[in-house]
Design a protein around this ligand. Structure first.
Ligand SMILES: [Zn+2]
Length: 376
């Protein structure tokens, strides 16, 4: 049975918006066509507002969903990490229940695919049973280069528990991953997602080993006397440890400069830049340099981060936040970030990210009052 979906505006994303069009799907929700309203007479379902393809959330931590509202806002990243560490452990059952709820909530709000960070296996069963496509980034942490081989091995063990889930190993952040571990990942993985320049303190730590990250390591009781600062920013330092042929997602980028964006454009052809504006406001009370990114023609994607640093896992809400702070950027442009760009980063653009013939991208209605819901 074909489904005919009429809406005030249809956003195919890879072509111009269609006013008063009808989206035709087959019984498997595969896109057949978009036609004008007067070409279709019967069985049309009308949806108020707009219709677009399902959203791609390129950065989430589903396993932290039980921490909603548990970490204070506006502390900066170092105290955020310290606070998180104190409360992270919960009964397995509670963690699972919160992850199930968060997964269902993302589905209902039109998110069809997620790049999701895992430090443990607690969220694996939820992701395996979900209607959402997950790429699981098994995140490695280790600042002492001596431990790099053992950390990779631990990551592979976790990966073996992931069953049918799509997984890869990745790096947590420049301040928590040694050069040796970065290089080991670069030689083994074709897709990397890394938290980048989420705070100014991260750059200070690389420029002259000053700032708040020393307090982080002191609190954890870790001796970092082996570490010598490079005299450059974090990104200028670890770019040398990356594989230029691999896909990279730089997440947050709150304190990335325009020359650094240009540097990546030149040296890492397959780079994407993930914005998590609501998490940035939650943790650092600042926003990334979106105008610089657009000037440098960065491929931008959107992420929600976790419920530890956001009030909701809702891509439309991230779009609204960007619109509120950057009113000069068109909705159509931001919608590309929320759909096709993320699909291309995750390598799933054959199915997701646009309303093109033959795709099964999930169909989302954007209601006039600013809410999204999955309709097919
Ligand atoms: Zn994150």
């Amino acid at each position: 049975m074909m489904q005919k979906i009429a809406a005030d505006t249809i956003y195919p994303v890879t072509s111009a918006p269609v006013q008063n069009g009808v989206l035709i799907l087959d019984d498997q929700h595969q896109v057949l066509d978009i036609v004008s309203r007067d070409e279709v007479s019967d069985d049309v379902q009308y949806f108020e507002g707009a219709v677009c393809p399902g959203f791609i959330n390129t950065h989430c931590h589903l396993e932290l969903s039980h921490l909603k509202g548990a970490v204070p806002e506006g502390t900066g990243i170092v105290d955020f990490v310290l606070n998180l560490q104190k409360i992270r452990r919960f009964p397995e059952e509670e963690m699972l229940e919160a992850a199930v709820k968060a997964d269902r909530d993302m589905y209902d709000k039109g998110i069809v695919a997620v790049g999701d960070i895992s430090n443990g296996s607690s969220s694996f069963p939820v992701k395996e049973r979900s209607g959402i496509y997950y790429h699981t980034f098994i995140e490695l942490i280790g600042f002492n280069p001596a431990f790099a081989p053992a950390i990779i091995e631990k990551g592979r063990e976790l990966q073996a528990l992931a069953g049918t889930l799509k997984t890869s190993l990745t790096a947590h952040a420049p301040y928590s991953v040694s050069e040796a571990l970065f290089r080991a990942l670069a030689s083994e993985e074709e897709i990397i997602s890394v938290h980048n320049q989420e705070s100014l303190a991260e750059n200070y730590f690389f420029l002259d080993k000053s700032g708040n990250f020393n307090r982080l390591y002191e609190t954890f009781g870790l001796d970092i006397s082996f570490y010598h600062p490079s005299g450059k920013t974090s990104l200028q330092t670890y770019i040398d440890y990356l594989n230029p042929a691999a896909k990279h997602l730089f997440v947050h980028n709150t304190f990335t400069s325009e020359p650094e964006l240009a540097m990546i454009r030149e040296r890492i052809p397959q780079a994407w830049w993930c914005l998590c504006p609501q998490a940035n406001l939650y943790i650092e009370r600042s926003l990334p340099p979106v105008a610089d990114m657009m000037r440098q023609q960065c491929q931008i994607t959107l992420g929600t981060d976790s419920l530890a640093s956001n009030h909701t896992l809702d891509i439309l809400s991230e779009i609204r936040t960007i619109q509120a702070h950057f009113p000069e950027i068109s909705f159509e442009e931001i919608l590309r970030w929320a759909t096709i760009n993320g699909a291309r980063f995750l390598g799933i653009e054959h199915q997701f990210g646009s309303l093109e013939k033959g795709k099964k991208p999930g169909i989302v209605q954007i209601l006039p009052e600013g809410k999204a819901r999955r309709i097919a």
